[in-house]
Write a protein that binds this ligand. Structure first.
Ligand code: MTE
Ligand code: MO
Length: 470
Protein backbone atom coordinates (compact mmCIF):
# COMPACT_ATOMS: atom_id res chain seq x y z
CA UNK A 1 0.00 0.00 0.00
CA UNK A 2 1.86 3.08 -1.18
CA UNK A 3 1.26 6.36 0.59
CA UNK A 4 1.09 4.88 4.09
CA UNK A 5 3.90 5.49 6.59
CA UNK A 6 6.73 2.97 6.96
CA UNK A 7 7.49 1.32 10.31
CA UNK A 8 10.21 -0.99 11.59
CA UNK A 9 9.49 -4.23 13.45
CA UNK A 10 10.74 -2.61 16.64
CA UNK A 11 8.29 0.27 16.16
CA UNK A 12 5.52 -2.31 16.03
CA UNK A 13 6.81 -4.08 19.12
CA UNK A 14 6.16 -0.96 21.22
CA UNK A 15 2.43 -1.15 20.55
CA UNK A 16 1.06 -3.89 22.75
CA UNK A 17 -1.47 -2.17 25.01
CA UNK A 18 -4.71 -0.26 24.69
CA UNK A 19 -2.96 2.85 26.02
CA UNK A 20 -0.20 2.71 23.39
CA UNK A 21 -2.55 1.23 20.74
CA UNK A 22 -2.31 -2.41 19.68
CA UNK A 23 -0.48 -3.09 16.43
CA UNK A 24 0.14 -6.33 14.54
CA UNK A 25 1.82 -7.18 11.25
CA UNK A 26 0.59 -9.43 8.45
CA UNK A 27 2.97 -9.95 5.49
CA UNK A 28 4.36 -6.43 5.00
CA UNK A 29 1.36 -4.56 6.45
CA UNK A 30 1.03 -2.87 9.84
CA UNK A 31 -2.45 -2.87 11.39
CA UNK A 32 -3.94 -1.07 14.38
CA UNK A 33 -6.40 -3.55 15.89
CA UNK A 34 -7.08 -1.66 19.15
CA UNK A 35 -10.72 -0.95 18.39
CA UNK A 36 -11.34 -4.35 16.86
CA UNK A 37 -10.24 -6.40 19.89
CA UNK A 38 -13.59 -6.32 21.72
CA UNK A 39 -15.48 -7.57 18.65
CA UNK A 40 -13.00 -10.39 17.83
CA UNK A 41 -14.97 -13.66 17.85
CA UNK A 42 -12.01 -15.46 19.41
CA UNK A 43 -11.95 -13.00 22.32
CA UNK A 44 -8.77 -11.62 23.79
CA UNK A 45 -6.63 -14.36 22.21
CA UNK A 46 -5.95 -11.90 19.42
CA UNK A 47 -3.79 -10.03 21.95
CA UNK A 48 -1.23 -12.85 21.81
CA UNK A 49 -0.06 -11.33 18.54
CA UNK A 50 0.13 -7.75 19.92
CA UNK A 51 3.34 -6.03 18.83
CA UNK A 52 4.29 -8.73 16.31
CA UNK A 53 3.17 -10.89 13.42
CA UNK A 54 -0.33 -12.34 13.41
CA UNK A 55 0.63 -15.14 10.99
CA UNK A 56 1.75 -17.83 13.46
CA UNK A 57 -1.61 -17.49 15.24
CA UNK A 58 -3.55 -17.70 12.01
CA UNK A 59 -1.71 -20.92 11.29
CA UNK A 60 -2.84 -22.15 14.69
CA UNK A 61 -6.47 -21.14 14.30
CA UNK A 62 -7.09 -22.14 10.67
CA UNK A 63 -10.44 -20.29 10.32
CA UNK A 64 -8.60 -17.04 9.62
CA UNK A 65 -7.18 -17.92 6.25
CA UNK A 66 -10.11 -16.58 4.29
CA UNK A 67 -10.41 -13.67 1.90
CA UNK A 68 -13.00 -11.82 4.00
CA UNK A 69 -10.84 -11.80 7.08
CA UNK A 70 -7.84 -10.53 5.16
CA UNK A 71 -10.04 -7.81 3.65
CA UNK A 72 -11.35 -6.83 7.04
CA UNK A 73 -7.82 -6.60 8.40
CA UNK A 74 -6.87 -4.46 5.41
CA UNK A 75 -9.33 -1.81 6.61
CA UNK A 76 -7.29 -1.47 9.78
CA UNK A 77 -4.01 -0.92 7.92
CA UNK A 78 -1.94 2.03 9.09
CA UNK A 79 1.42 1.40 7.44
CA UNK A 80 4.02 -0.80 5.80
CA UNK A 81 7.06 -2.77 6.90
CA UNK A 82 9.97 -2.62 4.52
CA UNK A 83 12.73 -4.38 6.41
CA UNK A 84 13.27 -8.14 6.26
CA UNK A 85 13.15 -10.01 9.60
CA UNK A 86 16.68 -10.27 11.02
CA UNK A 87 18.48 -13.59 10.65
CA UNK A 88 20.45 -14.36 13.78
CA UNK A 89 24.17 -14.69 12.98
CA UNK A 90 25.42 -18.23 13.65
CA UNK A 91 28.04 -18.20 16.40
CA UNK A 92 30.03 -21.41 16.39
CA UNK A 93 31.33 -20.75 19.91
CA UNK A 94 27.81 -20.66 21.29
CA UNK A 95 26.73 -24.18 22.30
CA UNK A 96 23.11 -23.02 21.95
CA UNK A 97 23.53 -21.67 18.40
CA UNK A 98 22.16 -24.89 16.89
CA UNK A 99 19.02 -24.96 19.05
CA UNK A 100 15.77 -25.20 17.06
CA UNK A 101 13.42 -22.24 16.40
CA UNK A 102 10.48 -21.90 18.77
CA UNK A 103 6.87 -20.84 18.13
CA UNK A 104 6.48 -17.11 18.88
CA UNK A 105 3.61 -17.81 21.28
CA UNK A 106 5.97 -19.63 23.66
CA UNK A 107 6.77 -17.27 26.54
CA UNK A 108 10.47 -17.69 27.35
CA UNK A 109 11.48 -18.36 30.96
CA UNK A 110 15.17 -18.44 29.99
CA UNK A 111 16.98 -18.39 26.65
CA UNK A 112 20.20 -20.44 27.15
CA UNK A 113 19.21 -23.13 27.92
CA UNK A 114 15.85 -22.44 26.38
CA UNK A 115 12.80 -22.79 28.59
CA UNK A 116 9.32 -21.59 27.83
CA UNK A 117 5.60 -22.14 28.24
CA UNK A 118 2.54 -21.31 26.10
CA UNK A 119 0.02 -18.66 27.22
CA UNK A 120 -2.50 -20.37 29.50
CA UNK A 121 -5.49 -19.38 27.34
CA UNK A 122 -4.09 -21.56 24.51
CA UNK A 123 -3.78 -24.63 26.73
CA UNK A 124 -7.51 -25.39 27.00
CA UNK A 125 -8.01 -25.12 23.21
CA UNK A 126 -6.71 -28.65 22.63
CA UNK A 127 -6.96 -31.86 24.65
CA UNK A 128 -3.69 -32.85 22.96
CA UNK A 129 -1.31 -29.91 23.25
CA UNK A 130 0.12 -29.18 19.76
CA UNK A 131 3.82 -30.05 19.55
CA UNK A 132 4.98 -26.51 18.83
CA UNK A 133 2.99 -25.14 21.77
CA UNK A 134 4.13 -27.72 24.32
CA UNK A 135 6.22 -26.24 27.17
CA UNK A 136 9.96 -26.69 26.78
CA UNK A 137 12.24 -27.51 29.69
CA UNK A 138 15.90 -27.86 28.73
CA UNK A 139 18.87 -27.91 31.08
CA UNK A 140 21.48 -27.99 28.31
CA UNK A 141 21.89 -27.35 24.56
CA UNK A 142 19.57 -29.39 22.32
CA UNK A 143 21.40 -32.35 20.70
CA UNK A 144 21.26 -32.72 16.92
CA UNK A 145 20.83 -36.47 16.47
CA UNK A 146 21.52 -38.41 13.29
CA UNK A 147 18.89 -41.15 12.89
CA UNK A 148 21.20 -43.45 10.96
CA UNK A 149 23.74 -43.68 13.76
CA UNK A 150 21.14 -43.58 16.56
CA UNK A 151 21.38 -46.50 19.01
CA UNK A 152 19.50 -47.25 22.20
CA UNK A 153 21.67 -49.33 24.54
CA UNK A 154 20.17 -51.63 27.16
CA UNK A 155 22.39 -52.97 29.91
CA UNK A 156 22.26 -54.69 33.28
CA UNK A 157 24.80 -53.93 35.96
CA UNK A 158 26.48 -57.11 37.25
CA UNK A 159 25.87 -59.71 34.56
CA UNK A 160 26.67 -56.91 32.11
CA UNK A 161 24.00 -58.12 29.69
CA UNK A 162 24.04 -55.76 26.76
CA UNK A 163 21.80 -55.17 23.75
CA UNK A 164 21.33 -52.24 21.47
CA UNK A 165 18.48 -51.25 19.17
CA UNK A 166 18.54 -49.01 16.12
CA UNK A 167 15.74 -46.55 15.43
CA UNK A 168 14.51 -48.95 12.77
CA UNK A 169 14.42 -51.80 15.31
CA UNK A 170 12.26 -49.72 17.64
CA UNK A 171 9.83 -48.95 14.84
CA UNK A 172 9.65 -52.35 13.20
CA UNK A 173 10.34 -55.03 15.80
CA UNK A 174 7.82 -54.01 18.46
CA UNK A 175 4.14 -53.40 18.93
CA UNK A 176 3.50 -49.65 18.87
CA UNK A 177 1.63 -48.46 21.92
CA UNK A 178 0.00 -44.99 22.07
CA UNK A 179 -1.17 -43.23 25.23
CA UNK A 180 -2.09 -39.65 26.08
CA UNK A 181 0.14 -38.66 28.98
CA UNK A 182 0.60 -35.36 30.82
CA UNK A 183 4.09 -34.06 31.41
CA UNK A 184 4.38 -31.45 34.11
CA UNK A 185 7.50 -29.77 35.39
CA UNK A 186 7.94 -29.99 39.17
CA UNK A 187 8.29 -26.21 39.03
CA UNK A 188 4.96 -25.52 37.31
CA UNK A 189 3.26 -22.54 39.06
CA UNK A 190 6.51 -21.61 40.85
CA UNK A 191 5.73 -17.93 40.24
CA UNK A 192 3.01 -18.16 42.92
CA UNK A 193 5.55 -19.37 45.50
CA UNK A 194 7.93 -16.57 44.63
CA UNK A 195 5.33 -14.07 45.89
CA UNK A 196 5.73 -15.49 49.41
CA UNK A 197 9.55 -15.57 49.51
CA UNK A 198 12.20 -15.84 46.76
CA UNK A 199 13.07 -19.34 45.49
CA UNK A 200 15.68 -20.64 43.07
CA UNK A 201 14.27 -21.65 39.71
CA UNK A 202 12.53 -20.59 36.51
CA UNK A 203 9.53 -18.35 37.05
CA UNK A 204 6.91 -20.71 35.60
CA UNK A 205 3.27 -19.67 35.33
CA UNK A 206 0.51 -22.29 35.04
CA UNK A 207 1.56 -23.73 31.67
CA UNK A 208 4.71 -25.77 32.37
CA UNK A 209 2.36 -28.68 31.70
CA UNK A 210 1.08 -30.31 28.52
CA UNK A 211 -0.76 -33.41 27.35
CA UNK A 212 0.41 -35.33 24.29
CA UNK A 213 -0.17 -38.74 22.74
CA UNK A 214 3.12 -40.61 22.89
CA UNK A 215 3.82 -43.69 20.77
CA UNK A 216 6.45 -46.39 20.71
CA UNK A 217 7.26 -49.79 22.19
CA UNK A 218 6.53 -50.34 25.86
CA UNK A 219 9.56 -50.71 28.09
CA UNK A 220 8.63 -54.26 29.08
CA UNK A 221 8.67 -55.49 25.46
CA UNK A 222 12.04 -53.90 24.88
CA UNK A 223 13.56 -55.44 28.00
CA UNK A 224 12.08 -58.87 27.20
CA UNK A 225 13.64 -58.69 23.73
CA UNK A 226 16.94 -57.91 25.45
CA UNK A 227 16.46 -61.04 27.59
CA UNK A 228 15.56 -59.13 30.77
CA UNK A 229 12.56 -60.02 32.95
CA UNK A 230 11.88 -56.95 35.02
CA UNK A 231 10.02 -58.97 37.66
CA UNK A 232 13.06 -61.18 38.25
CA UNK A 233 16.03 -58.81 38.19
CA UNK A 234 17.77 -57.98 41.49
CA UNK A 235 18.82 -54.45 40.49
CA UNK A 236 16.99 -51.71 42.35
CA UNK A 237 16.76 -48.88 39.79
CA UNK A 238 16.19 -48.21 36.11
CA UNK A 239 18.38 -45.42 34.73
CA UNK A 240 17.58 -43.39 31.64
CA UNK A 241 20.42 -41.46 30.04
CA UNK A 242 20.07 -38.55 27.61
CA UNK A 243 22.44 -37.26 24.93
CA UNK A 244 22.60 -33.64 26.12
CA UNK A 245 25.84 -33.00 28.01
CA UNK A 246 27.09 -30.28 30.35
CA UNK A 247 30.45 -28.59 29.61
CA UNK A 248 32.22 -31.26 31.71
CA UNK A 249 30.72 -33.97 29.49
CA UNK A 250 28.15 -35.34 31.95
CA UNK A 251 24.82 -36.16 30.33
CA UNK A 252 21.34 -35.46 31.70
CA UNK A 253 20.17 -38.64 33.39
CA UNK A 254 17.33 -39.76 35.65
CA UNK A 255 16.21 -42.98 37.29
CA UNK A 256 13.13 -44.56 38.79
CA UNK A 257 12.95 -47.25 41.50
CA UNK A 258 12.50 -50.77 40.11
CA UNK A 259 9.22 -51.05 42.05
CA UNK A 260 7.76 -48.19 40.03
CA UNK A 261 9.07 -49.68 36.80
CA UNK A 262 7.29 -52.95 37.68
CA UNK A 263 4.07 -51.18 38.57
CA UNK A 264 4.06 -49.30 35.28
CA UNK A 265 5.96 -51.72 33.13
CA UNK A 266 3.47 -51.94 30.26
CA UNK A 267 2.64 -48.23 30.53
CA UNK A 268 6.16 -46.88 30.16
CA UNK A 269 6.69 -45.93 26.53
CA UNK A 270 9.98 -45.69 24.66
CA UNK A 271 8.44 -42.96 22.52
CA UNK A 272 9.42 -42.06 18.96
CA UNK A 273 6.23 -40.11 18.17
CA UNK A 274 4.50 -37.16 19.80
CA UNK A 275 0.91 -36.57 18.65
CA UNK A 276 1.48 -38.81 15.63
CA UNK A 277 4.52 -36.92 14.38
CA UNK A 278 8.23 -37.46 14.91
CA UNK A 279 9.22 -35.97 18.25
CA UNK A 280 10.45 -32.38 17.72
CA UNK A 281 14.08 -31.73 18.63
CA UNK A 282 13.12 -29.70 21.69
CA UNK A 283 11.08 -32.61 23.03
CA UNK A 284 13.69 -35.34 22.60
CA UNK A 285 14.14 -36.29 18.93
CA UNK A 286 14.35 -39.08 18.03
CA UNK A 287 13.43 -41.03 21.20
CA UNK A 288 12.45 -40.18 24.76
CA UNK A 289 11.11 -42.16 27.68
CA UNK A 290 7.56 -41.51 28.88
CA UNK A 291 6.78 -42.69 32.41
CA UNK A 292 3.10 -41.84 32.95
CA UNK A 293 1.96 -40.14 36.14
CA UNK A 294 5.32 -38.92 37.35
CA UNK A 295 7.29 -35.68 37.33
CA UNK A 296 8.67 -34.15 34.11
CA UNK A 297 12.27 -34.41 35.26
CA UNK A 298 12.35 -38.21 34.76
CA UNK A 299 10.91 -38.09 31.22
CA UNK A 300 14.38 -38.22 29.70
CA UNK A 301 14.69 -36.75 26.20
CA UNK A 302 17.25 -37.76 23.54
CA UNK A 303 17.31 -41.17 25.22
CA UNK A 304 20.51 -43.10 24.49
CA UNK A 305 20.63 -45.80 27.16
CA UNK A 306 18.56 -47.70 29.69
CA UNK A 307 20.46 -49.37 32.54
CA UNK A 308 19.33 -51.63 35.33
CA UNK A 309 21.50 -50.71 38.26
CA UNK A 310 21.91 -51.24 41.99
CA UNK A 311 22.17 -47.49 42.58
CA UNK A 312 19.92 -44.68 41.48
CA UNK A 313 21.26 -42.14 38.99
CA UNK A 314 24.03 -39.99 40.45
CA UNK A 315 23.08 -37.13 38.14
CA UNK A 316 22.77 -33.71 39.79
CA UNK A 317 19.11 -33.45 38.82
CA UNK A 318 18.33 -36.77 40.50
CA UNK A 319 20.39 -36.23 43.64
CA UNK A 320 20.44 -32.53 44.44
CA UNK A 321 17.35 -31.13 42.81
CA UNK A 322 13.68 -32.00 42.23
CA UNK A 323 13.03 -32.88 45.86
CA UNK A 324 10.43 -31.38 48.22
CA UNK A 325 11.18 -29.80 51.64
CA UNK A 326 9.23 -27.89 54.29
CA UNK A 327 9.38 -24.14 54.50
CA UNK A 328 12.04 -23.89 57.25
CA UNK A 329 14.64 -25.64 55.11
CA UNK A 330 16.91 -23.08 53.46
CA UNK A 331 20.14 -23.19 51.47
CA UNK A 332 22.21 -23.31 54.71
CA UNK A 333 20.56 -26.37 56.23
CA UNK A 334 19.22 -28.32 53.27
CA UNK A 335 20.24 -31.99 53.13
CA UNK A 336 19.26 -33.36 49.74
CA UNK A 337 19.93 -36.92 50.93
CA UNK A 338 17.18 -36.71 53.55
CA UNK A 339 14.27 -37.14 51.13
CA UNK A 340 13.71 -39.20 47.96
CA UNK A 341 13.58 -37.80 44.44
CA UNK A 342 10.10 -36.65 43.40
CA UNK A 343 8.23 -39.27 41.35
CA UNK A 344 4.38 -39.17 41.37
CA UNK A 345 3.08 -35.61 41.50
CA UNK A 346 0.29 -34.28 43.74
CA UNK A 347 -3.17 -33.31 42.47
CA UNK A 348 -3.38 -29.92 40.77
CA UNK A 349 -5.69 -27.72 38.73
CA UNK A 350 -5.54 -24.26 37.21
CA UNK A 351 -7.78 -21.68 35.59
CA UNK A 352 -6.68 -21.06 31.99
CA UNK A 353 -9.48 -18.68 31.01
CA UNK A 354 -10.20 -15.91 31.84
CA UNK A 355 -6.64 -14.80 32.41
CA UNK A 356 -5.51 -12.64 35.34
CA UNK A 357 -6.51 -9.00 34.90
CA UNK A 358 -9.24 -9.62 32.30
CA UNK A 359 -11.80 -6.81 32.03
CA UNK A 360 -15.35 -8.12 31.63
CA UNK A 361 -18.01 -6.01 29.93
CA UNK A 362 -19.66 -3.59 32.45
CA UNK A 363 -23.01 -5.37 32.00
CA UNK A 364 -21.62 -8.93 32.26
CA UNK A 365 -23.79 -11.07 34.50
CA UNK A 366 -21.81 -14.29 34.18
CA UNK A 367 -18.37 -15.53 33.26
CA UNK A 368 -17.26 -18.84 31.75
CA UNK A 369 -14.22 -20.32 33.45
CA UNK A 370 -12.08 -23.07 31.91
CA UNK A 371 -9.05 -24.97 33.03
CA UNK A 372 -7.21 -28.24 33.51
CA UNK A 373 -6.95 -30.70 36.41
CA UNK A 374 -4.57 -33.61 36.78
CA UNK A 375 -3.04 -35.86 39.42
CA UNK A 376 0.03 -38.08 39.54
CA UNK A 377 0.04 -41.87 39.76
CA UNK A 378 -2.76 -42.22 37.20
CA UNK A 379 -5.33 -41.03 39.76
CA UNK A 380 -8.33 -39.70 37.85
CA UNK A 381 -10.00 -36.40 38.75
CA UNK A 382 -13.32 -36.84 40.54
CA UNK A 383 -14.24 -33.20 41.21
CA UNK A 384 -13.25 -29.65 40.38
CA UNK A 385 -14.74 -26.93 42.58
CA UNK A 386 -14.94 -23.31 41.50
CA UNK A 387 -15.72 -20.15 43.45
CA UNK A 388 -16.31 -16.60 42.32
CA UNK A 389 -16.45 -15.01 45.77
CA UNK A 390 -12.96 -15.77 46.97
CA UNK A 391 -13.85 -19.21 48.33
CA UNK A 392 -16.94 -18.46 50.45
CA UNK A 393 -19.23 -20.51 48.21
CA UNK A 394 -18.48 -23.18 45.62
CA UNK A 395 -19.91 -24.61 42.43
CA UNK A 396 -19.05 -27.87 40.68
CA UNK A 397 -17.38 -27.57 37.31
CA UNK A 398 -18.39 -29.85 34.44
CA UNK A 399 -15.57 -32.31 33.82
CA UNK A 400 -14.40 -33.70 30.46
CA UNK A 401 -12.46 -36.74 31.66
CA UNK A 402 -10.19 -38.48 29.15
CA UNK A 403 -11.20 -41.92 27.90
CA UNK A 404 -8.76 -43.74 30.17
CA UNK A 405 -9.26 -46.15 33.11
CA UNK A 406 -9.91 -44.32 36.44
CA UNK A 407 -6.79 -45.78 38.05
CA UNK A 408 -4.69 -45.15 34.94
CA UNK A 409 -5.77 -41.65 34.08
CA UNK A 410 -2.53 -40.29 32.73
CA UNK A 411 -4.04 -37.52 30.59
CA UNK A 412 -5.57 -34.37 32.01
CA UNK A 413 -9.21 -33.55 32.67
CA UNK A 414 -10.51 -30.30 31.24
CA UNK A 415 -13.31 -28.60 33.13
CA UNK A 416 -15.64 -25.68 32.61
CA UNK A 417 -18.14 -23.69 34.66
CA UNK A 418 -20.30 -20.65 33.98
CA UNK A 419 -20.54 -18.57 37.14
CA UNK A 420 -22.96 -15.72 37.89
CA UNK A 421 -21.19 -12.45 38.76
CA UNK A 422 -22.07 -11.67 42.40
CA UNK A 423 -24.44 -8.68 42.66
CA UNK A 424 -22.35 -6.98 45.33
CA UNK A 425 -19.05 -7.03 43.46
CA UNK A 426 -16.99 -3.87 43.86
CA UNK A 427 -15.51 -3.89 40.38
CA UNK A 428 -13.33 -6.93 41.10
CA UNK A 429 -13.91 -10.63 41.65
CA UNK A 430 -11.57 -13.47 42.57
CA UNK A 431 -12.16 -16.79 40.82
CA UNK A 432 -10.73 -19.92 42.46
CA UNK A 433 -10.47 -23.54 41.39
CA UNK A 434 -9.45 -26.67 43.28
CA UNK A 435 -9.57 -30.34 42.32
CA UNK A 436 -9.96 -33.67 44.12
CA UNK A 437 -8.44 -36.85 42.71
CA UNK A 438 -9.57 -40.47 42.99
CA UNK A 439 -7.93 -40.80 46.42
CA UNK A 440 -9.76 -37.63 47.51
CA UNK A 441 -6.42 -35.91 47.72
CA UNK A 442 -7.13 -32.18 47.56
CA UNK A 443 -5.09 -29.06 46.90
CA UNK A 444 -3.89 -26.89 49.81
CA UNK A 445 -5.83 -23.62 50.13
CA UNK A 446 -2.79 -21.38 50.08
CA UNK A 447 0.80 -21.52 48.96
CA UNK A 448 2.31 -20.33 52.30
CA UNK A 449 2.21 -23.76 53.89
CA UNK A 450 3.87 -25.54 50.99
CA UNK A 451 6.57 -22.97 50.19
CA UNK A 452 9.96 -24.63 49.63
CA UNK A 453 13.39 -23.37 48.64
CA UNK A 454 13.25 -24.74 45.09
CA UNK A 455 9.66 -23.72 44.48
CA UNK A 456 8.52 -27.19 43.41
CA UNK A 457 5.14 -28.91 43.93
CA UNK A 458 3.25 -25.62 43.86
CA UNK A 459 -0.34 -26.91 43.77
CA UNK A 460 -2.39 -24.57 45.96
CA UNK A 461 -5.91 -23.47 44.98
CA UNK A 462 -5.51 -21.44 41.81
CA UNK A 463 -6.77 -17.87 41.96
CA UNK A 464 -7.45 -15.42 39.13
CA UNK A 465 -8.58 -11.82 39.64
CA UNK A 466 -10.71 -10.12 37.02
CA UNK A 467 -12.40 -6.72 36.85
CA UNK A 468 -15.86 -5.59 35.91
CA UNK A 469 -15.35 -1.88 35.11
CA UNK A 470 -18.34 0.39 35.77
N1 MTE B 1 15.78 -34.87 29.38
C1 MTE B 1 16.99 -34.45 29.01
N2 MTE B 1 17.79 -35.29 28.33
N3 MTE B 1 17.42 -33.18 29.31
C2 MTE B 1 16.62 -32.31 30.02
O1 MTE B 1 17.03 -31.17 30.27
N4 MTE B 1 14.48 -31.97 31.20
C3 MTE B 1 13.48 -32.69 32.00
C4 MTE B 1 12.78 -33.75 31.17
N5 MTE B 1 13.72 -34.53 30.41
C5 MTE B 1 15.34 -32.75 30.44
C6 MTE B 1 14.95 -34.05 30.07
C7 MTE B 1 12.48 -31.86 32.63
S1 MTE B 1 12.91 -31.09 34.07
C8 MTE B 1 11.20 -31.77 32.16
S2 MTE B 1 10.02 -30.92 33.00
C9 MTE B 1 10.80 -32.44 30.91
O2 MTE B 1 11.89 -33.11 30.27
C10 MTE B 1 10.25 -31.43 29.93
O3 MTE B 1 9.92 -32.02 28.72
P1 MTE B 1 9.54 -31.12 27.47
O4 MTE B 1 10.65 -30.11 27.26
O5 MTE B 1 9.36 -32.02 26.32
O6 MTE B 1 8.27 -30.41 27.85
MO1 MO C 1 11.09 -30.04 34.97
Amino acid sequence: QPGLPTYTLSDVEKHKTKEKRIWVTYKNGVYDITDYVTSHPGGTKILLAAGGSIEPYWNMYGVHKQGEIVEMLEELRIGNITEKPKEQAFDKNDPYANDPKRHPAIIPASSKPFNGEPPSAILTDNFLTPNDLFYIRNHLPVPDVNLKSYKLDISVQGPGKFTSFSFDDLKRKFHKKSTAVVLQCAGNRRSEMVKIKPVKGLNWGTSAIGNAEWSGPCLDDLLKQAGIDIDQVTQKHVLFCGMDKDPAGSPYEASIPIELARLLKRDIIVAYEMNGQEIPRDHGYPVRIIIPGIVGARQVKWLTSIKLSNEESMCHWQQNDYKGFHSSIDWNNVNFKSVPAIMELPVTSAICEPIEGTDLAPDADEVTVKGYAWSGGGRGIVRVDVSIDGGKTWDSATLSPPKQPMYKTFAWTFWEATLPIPKNHKGKVEIICKAADLSYNVQPDSVEGIWNLRGVLSNAWHRVNISIPK
